[in-house]
Design a protein around this ligand. Structure first.
Ligand code: ADP
Ligand code: MG
Length: 319
């Protein structure tokens, strides 16, 4: 069953200081994205920096106004919510960011930080202290963490605090935006494991954003690959790695250090740079860099469509 439905979602940012329309530019950060997020799954979102992952993630939890399209949470359009129902729904949708230090107020004790959302929702002190202490223990911090301050912890421990705070309101869906990118590689696996354990224990659904295919592979059930604001391929994780169908996914995978020594795939070097999202190529956004582009790719936008087990937005998908 799907918990979140994303329909034709787009986000434009208008930039530039000009007073007239012509002196301003429009950045198409996210363009016509549709997908379903299933209850209890982890949907990974990958793509290079600037492709719209964070913008999409923020729109999913209503932290970012949308330009067009809709996000339905348990069937209800988020943009239509107000007042009490909005506050109630917000509790169920939490977001975790990349930099755990920036997410924590340096002058507040850890326990108070974790309790804060409960206080805002009117819970009594004794009860919220109990919940915060339990959560801190559950994410692997010791007894006296409650009284300490953020600077007394390492990056990995601080991200555990951020996770505890996100769980305080018993969310259904957690959008984690590159939650381990700022951590030492040796710590990343531990925090990823914690995410997995908590998912089972609390029945969470995750949207897990990363720029690194290696990181999302082990936590994701399905993976969406983004390029210039669009989802170009969406597939079960194993399938995506074994048989990528979109030429961009193939290039991304081939640039990753070999995960398997029997893997004989050639390294694919893409020509040119990612275009500026202000001047997007017409037709398929990937066509100027695509090794197999044909005429139709320069004129017609390929729709995401089912090919075997995956969905792919390409006129000439492989597999
Ligand atoms: P990612 O998370 O994949 O790196 P982002 O969602 O942060 O990508 O950004 C997508 C595009 O939107 C980029 O071109 C970025 O510069 C632009 N962008 C993001 N936020 C803003 C903003 N607040 N104002 C203007 N442009 C933005
Ligand atoms: Mg980002």
């Amino acid at each position: 069953m799907s918990i979140l439905s994303v329909r034709n979602l787009s986000k434009n940012y208008t930039i530039g200081s000009g007073l007239t329309r012509r002196s301003r530019d429009v950045v198409h950060a996210v363009e016509d994205v549709s997908l379903e997020i299933r209850e209890g799954e982890t949907l990974g979102i990958v793509g290079e920096s600037g492709c719209g992952k964070s913008t999409l993630g923020r729109m999913l939890v209503r932290l970012e106004p949308i330009t067009a399209g809709e996000v339905l949470f348990e069937g209800v359009d988020l943009s239509q919510l107000g007042g009490r129902t909005l506050r109630k729904t917000r509790k169920r949708l939490q977001m975790i960011f990349q930099d755990p230090y920036a997410s924590l107020n340096p002058r507040r004790q850890i326990g108070l930080i974790v309790e804060e959302p409960l206080r805002v929702h009117g819970m009594k002190k004794a009860e919220r202290k109990q919940i915060a202490s339990d959560l801190l223990r559950r994410v692997g911090l010791d007894e006296n963490a409650y009284e300490k301050y953020p600077h007394e912890f390492s990056g990995g421990q601080r991200q555990r605090v951020v996770i505890a705070r996100a769980l305080a309101l018993s969310p259904k869906l957690v959008v984690a935006d590159e939650p381990v990118s700022a951590l030492d590689v040796s710590i990343q696996a531990q925090v990823l494991n914690l995410f997995k354990e908590l998912q089972k224990e609390f029945g969470l659904t995750y949207v897990f954003i990363a720029h690194d295919l290696g990181v999302v592979r082990h936590v994701s059930d399905r993976i969406a690959v983004m390029y210039l604001g669009k989802v170009v391929e969406l597939a079960p994780a194993d399938e995506l790695y074994a048989n990528p169908a979109h030429p961009y996914t193939q290039a991304l995978l081939s640039a990753n250090p070999r995960m398997d020594k029997d893997d004989k795939r050639e390294r694919i070097i893409l020509k040119g740079d990612i275009p500026n999202p202000i001047n997007r190529p017409s037709g398929c956004v990937f066509n100027p860099r695509c090794p197999i582009a044909q005429d139709i790719c320069r004129t017609e936008v390929p729709k995401l469509h089912q090919v075997g087990l995956r969905e792919v937005a390409c006129h000439f998908p492989t597999a």
